[in-house]
Design a protein around this ligand. Structure first.
Ligand code: ADP
Length: 736
């Protein structure tokens, strides 16, 4: 998972440690608060500050919970990964914690309030008061007895001299069980003193007010404290006999009684105090309990958020990563959770799976690339092939055709296309029906085959050599068929020309040898017999020998033509100004007065690189043919035109010879350039064959056609460009 999303998840809280510290601190403060509630004195002092501390802490927790809830709601609405699970876990925690905590709260609060009320019951208050009164009454009784006893002790002193009193006082003290006995005179002076502690010479005087009150006639008895004894009963009485004397006796109290009465008083004081504070006590108890409830709830919620985050984060990561994988982004690795539990195992398995998917994807891509490369390679090879290659599917529909196939068949379809029916092709390209029929017929057989197909087009016929073989079907590929074919039209022509060359060579060889002896013999016969023979015989001999000699001449010419065609001598090309060459040849015909000859030469200074002798022969042959075609026509006219035009980024000189004769015989159109194709009685049919060969040897093209008025032949030859150095040299010469 991306680090950003990790931090986003962590952002739901403030971090575990600060929150834990806050919760712990709040807990401690709540404990202190509890203690302060139970201690009424501390309550008033510490309760309020503690209450504020708790409220502040709870406020922070509430903020934290609120922040988490808001974030969760937002994420839930955005349908973020893991938000639903988090919401469910948090809700579950909230319910699980609210139920027990709420129940305990409800009952505790009830118990507490009722308990507090019962403490301050009327009966308990009365009992406390009664105990106090009882305590007081018993103390009073005891004191009254002691006062009476002290009076009797004073009465028992008869001799009022201080010496006599001093002598008997200690024994009186011991007898009475007092700690100290003191006798005062009428002026308040000490007459005698006897103490349990012999070192103590000064008596323990009562307070001045008590002394005055006693002197005024009110005897005193009361609890008092003296140094050396905790609590004592002090009795100060006047003499009942009316003598001006007072006696003070200090009796020890029972330690237990003193303690108990002290405790009773303290307990009563505390009770009244608490009874007074009852309502505020109830309030602070219930407040503390409520705060504890709130604290538990919020702590539970924060723990819920934390736990949900810890549990859900890897699940959310997995959800997010699987979504990314589904979208085709396979490089998904999720950080392992810190705890080694089932979630960690799940994350590790997910990571391993996504790695495997990525690897498989890479391999698939690689193999697809390899297939693509292979396909491109195959396409390049097929594209470079001069043979046409087409593939047919199982239904014998054309699936693919390489560029050569499209060029040979003149097919206007894309290289790879939706399969096209062969019949459909034949319908759109009627000249292809012999080919589609043959393919259809052969493919059905399901065997490898070979066939020659002849296509008839407007511009001529075309011969295709086709070979086909069935394609084995693959796992997901139905079997098909592949057809490879070559345009062998020019090959056939060349073969035919070669064959004719061979025929011509043999004919010339076989015929030429006997011709000269025949001619010589005929001439000798004529020479010897013509003069001696009689007139009638002489006429026969004259006509016969003349015919022989003439026919031999014609045969010689024919044999020469044959040998010319067969020999095809080496070209000797040189730069020639095209128009000049044409003009030279035409001048011969002008001077010979060969009928109407219209000449328009427009090639200017352009030159061709040609063999002048052979090119003259071309012109002679063309003009001779035109003249022969116009034989017997009074309005016969031959047009000879030249010019220069750019063709396929190359400049070409062209020459057109046209006449207003009968034109070419249509059925001969395709074979005009073949040897021995002639319509003339004495024709050899070699003229155009030789013309074509010479033009092709010069890198040119020849085209024949019938126009509305007659025959038209056009030849085109590449313009010769002088090499750069020559051109520069010439330029320099011109300048000088
Ligand atoms: P040949 O002249 O010996 O017949 P060519 O090869 O020169 O042989 O010509 C072949 C045939 O082409 C001729 O027999 C003729 O039928 C036809 N031909 C050639 N030139 C013309 C033309 N100008 N007009 C009509 N037909 C022509």
């Amino acid at each position: 998972m991306a680090p950003a999303s990790v931090s986003r998840l962590r952002g739901l809280g403030l971090g575990t440690l600060p929150v834990a510290i806050l919760i712990a601190a709040l807990f401690v403060v709540l404990v202190l608060m509890r203690d302060s509630v139970t201690n009424s004195e501390a309550l008033s002092r510490a309760f309020v500050p503690l209450l504020f501390a708790v409220l502040a802490g709870l406020g922070m927790l509430a903020l934290l919970v609120g922040f988490n809830v808001v974030r969760l709601v937002r994420r839930y609405r955005q349908q973020a990964a893991g938000s639903r699970l988090t919401a469910r876990i948090v809700a579950l925690f909230a319910v699980l914690s609210l139920l027990p905590v709420g129940t305990v709260y409800y009952f505790s609060l009830g118990f507490l309030l009722r308990g507090i009320d019962s403490w301050f019951d009327v009966e308990i208050g009365q009992a406390m008061e009664d105990a106090l009164v009882l305590n007081q009454a018993s103390l009073d009784l005891n004191q009254r007895v002691l006062a009476k006893y002290t009076e009797q002790l004073l009465v028992s002193i008869e001799d009022r001299s201080s010496t006599a009193i001093a002598l008997s006082l200690d024994s009186l003290r011991r007898q009475a069980g007092a700690i100290e006995l003191t006798v005062y005179g009428g002026g308040g002076q000490v007459l005698a003193n006897a103490s349990e502690d012999p070192t103590k010479l000064v008596p323990n005087h009562a307070e001045r007010e008590i002394q005055q009150s006693v002197r005024a006639g009110n005897n005193y008895v009361g609890l008092d404290s003296v140094p050396g004894a905790d609590l004592v009963v002090r009795v100060l009485v006047n003499d009942p006999l009316g003598r001006p004397m007072q006696m003070q006796a200090i009796f020890p109290t029972s330690a237990r009684i003193g303690e108990l009465s002290g405790q009773l008083e303290a307990a009563y004081n505390r009770y009244t105090e608490l009874a007074y504070l009852r309502n505020s006590l109830k309030l602070s108890f219930s407040l503390t309990l409520s705060l504890v409830l709130l604290f538990s709830l919020m702590a539970a919620l924060i723990v819920a958020f934390h736990t949900a985050r810890r549990l859900v984060a890897p699940v959310a990561d997995i959800a997010r990563a699987s979504r990314a994988i589904a979208e085709g982004n396979y490089e998904q690795q999720i950080p392992l959770p810190r705890h080694d539990d089932e979630l960690a195992f799940l994350v590790a398995s997910f990571n391993a799976m996504s790695r495997r998917i990525a690897r498989a994807r890479d391999e698939a891509e690689r193999s697809q690339q390899a297939v693509e490369t292979q396909r491109n390679y195959l396409e390049t090879v097929l594209g470079r092939l001069s043979s046409g290659v087409v593939a047919l599917d199982a239904e014998h529909r054309l699936r693919t055709a390489n560029p050569a196939a499209r060029a040979i068949l003149d097919l206007a379809i894309a290289e790879t296309t939706t399969p096209v029916d062969l019949d459909q092709i034949a319908a759109h390209h009627p000249w292809l029906s012999p080919w589609t029929d043959t393919v259809h017929h052969q493919v059905v057989s399901g065997r490898a085959w070979r066939a020659e197909v002849r296509l008839q087009r407007q511009e001529g016929s075309q011969t295709l050599m086709c070979r086909g073989s069935p394609l084995p079907g693959g796992d997901d590929e139905a079997p098909g068929h592949v057809v490879v074919f070559d345009d062998i039209t020019s090959l056939i022509t060349a073969q035919r020309e070669a064959a004719w060359g061979e025929v011509a060579r043999r004919l010339a060889h076989e015929i030429k040898n006997p011709l000269t002896p025949i001619q010589l013999s005929a001439e000798r016969l004529r020479h010897k017999l013509l003069r001696k023979a009689e007139e009638a015989d002489a006429r026969v001999i004259d006509r016969a020998t003349h015919t022989i000699i003439q026919q031999v001449e014609a045969m010689k010419a024919m044999v020469n033509d044959f040998s010319d065609y067969a020999r095809s001598p080496q070209l000797r090309p040189e730069p020639l100004v095209f128009d000049r060459l044409v003009r030279e040849v035409l001048d011969l015909y002008r001077s010979a007065g060969a009928g109407a000859l219209e000449v328009r030469l427009a090639a200017g200074p352009h030159q061709i690189n040609g063999d002048a002798l052979r090119l003259r022969q071309v012109l002679h042959n063309l003009i001779k043919n035109a003249q022969e075609a116009l034989e017997g026509r009074a309005d016969g006219c031959i047009h000879v035109t030249t010019g220069v035009r750019e063709e396929a980024e190359q400049q070409r000189c062209w020459l057109e010879v046209s006449d207003n004769g009968p034109g070419f015989e249509p059925h001969l159109m395709e074979r005009l350039f073949e040897p021995y194709v002639t319509t003339k009685a004495k024709g050899t049919g070699l003229g155009l064959a030789i013309v074509k060969r010479i033009i092709e040897e010069h890198g040119g093209i020849i085209v024949v056609e019938n126009t509305a008025s007659g025959a038209r032949i056009e030849i085109r030859l590449p313009v010769w460009q002088p090499p750069l150095q020559d051109a520069q040299a010439r330029g320099t010469q011109t300048e000088t």
